[in-house]
Design a binder for this molecule. Structure first.
Ligand code: SF4
Ligand code: SF4
Length: 402
């Protein structure tokens, strides 16, 4: 598609990346077939091809409206469209560049701005999130239904090992995860300890910055990225482990985020190359099962960030199968569950519909538990099902602990 970038992105690296993505799109529409929002709304502007067209108009200097922003806000950033695009259009790179530029041209109502600001503050500060969660648990009985469902139960006890293994890797503490599910990281530390690896947590590393970028605060996301890069450069470990695939996938994109920062661009590339999902580590040091699982029939929900970001489709099921579990086939595995960072808060109706569809698919074979790989998906799914929802590392821990 012929494209001429005008306005704030003209002549920038971001503008060149956006132009490349726009030029690569041949408007075939094949991506619409795998887009969750297009499938539900059957509206061209609620699918990737329509959104690409809207972004093209905006980046070429055409006026944008609230409706333009609404169609972009309703995108999950799930990247399912990239998986079916025959032209290799890097949709998420285009979206991450164009969405904040378009949002800047439309004034959101004060209440909406305050709401989005509040979400960012909560997710950036584990202390604030923990406090809010503590208060939420105290007043849970009197909270309205939708809010009540978001208050997670206290995490189960999960001891951190006294690990002195020769290999050392840094563990991203996570923001929301460190408050709601600290047992994910403790469990990963025990499992990797058995593989000869000590996980260490840098006190200076924090939120990866994904929610800030998705809520149109790119400078805030860059500050988070720079802080994490400094922390991980100083710790002398061989790799950076993130137990939430959304965070790992976002850190892999730090080079894009910091592309215009001469002091950090190269350092971002070095850090991104060190990021690993625990699945990749265990693929090289396969765990050995010491007992059969208490209940082997399970469902695996593969987060979009795991499938389309980290490109690890099928690996959770493969690992758990080796350990004696029986992962059941899941219909429409490529479709997002509707969590998508802060999407469940900003787009509750679409998010709930996608979750209903996902839970129908996951529960079709009556599994004993649902295993996931991302904190957002874990919270979102657990809100609406009686089937226990867990992190896959817990399944590994169950059958490999001494
Ligand atoms: S499948 Fe790719 S080339 Fe075709 S419309 Fe979608 S993004 Fe464009
Ligand atoms: S990222 Fe997901 S929701 Fe957005 S256009 Fe692509 S497939 Fe649709």
């Amino acid at each position: 598609m012929r494209t001429i970038i005008r306005g704030p992105l003209a002549g920038t690296t971001g503008g060149a990346i956006a132009e490349q993505a726009l030029k690569a799109c041949v408007h075939c529409g094949m991506c619409n077939a795998t887009c969750p929002t297009y499938q539900i709304r059957a509206d061209e502007l609620e699918g990737p091809r329509g959104r690409i067209y809207l972004m093209k108009q905006a980046l070429e200097g055409e006026p944008v409206s609230r409706l333009t922003l609404d169609h972009l806000d309703s995108c999950l950033s799930c990247r399912a469209c990239e998986a079916t695009c025959p032209s290799g259009v890097a949709y998420h790179r285009l979206y991450d560049i164009a969405h904040p530029v378009i949002a800047e041209q439309v004034t959101r109502p004060a209440g909406e701005r305050l709401f989005r600001f509040g979400i960012r503050q909560l997710t950036r500060s584990p202390f604030l999130f923990r406090l809010a969660l503590m208060v939420g648990r105290l007043v849970k009985p009197v909270l309205p239904g939708a809010l009540k469902a978001k208050v997670t139960a206290p995490p189960p006890p999960s001891p951190w090992p006294k690990s002195t293994q020769p290999r050392r890797m840094s563990l991203l503490p996570g923001c929301v995860q460190s408050a709601t599910a600290p047992h994910f990281n403790a469990t990963a530390a025990r499992v990797l300890d058995r593989a000869g690896i000590s996980l260490v947590q840098s006190r200076k590393a924090g939120c990866c910055g994904a929610v800030s970028l998705h809520l149109e605060a790119p400078e805030e996301a860059k500050r988070a990225a720079r802080r994490n890069i400094q922390a991980w450069e100083a710790d002398g470990t061989e790799a950076i482990i993130a137990t939430s695939s959304g965070c790992a996938s976002f850190i892999r994109d730090y080079p894009d985020l910091l592309r215009d920062d001469p002091a950090y661009a190269e350092r971002a590339r070095a850090v991104a190359a060190r990021v690993r999902d625990p699945l990749q580590v265990l693929a090289e040091a396969p765990p050995i099962a010491r007992r059969p699982p208490a209940a082997s029939r399970i469902a695996v929900q593969e987060p979009c960030s795991l499938q389309h970001g980290l490109k690890l489709t099928g690996q959770i099921a493969g690992l758990l199968r080796q350990l004696g579990y029986e992962p059941q086939p899941i219909a429409d595995n490529h479709l997002c569950c509707g969590s998508a960072g802060a999407y469940s808060l900003t787009q509750p109706e679409m998010s709930a519909r996608l979750r209903d569809n996902k839970l129908t698919a996951l529960s079709a074979t009556s599994p004993a538990a649902i295993y996931t790989a991302n904190i957002g998906c874990w919270m979102h799914l657990a809100e609406a099902t009686d089937i226990p929802v867990r992190h896959w590392i817990e399944a590994v821990d169950e059958v490999t602990r001494p």
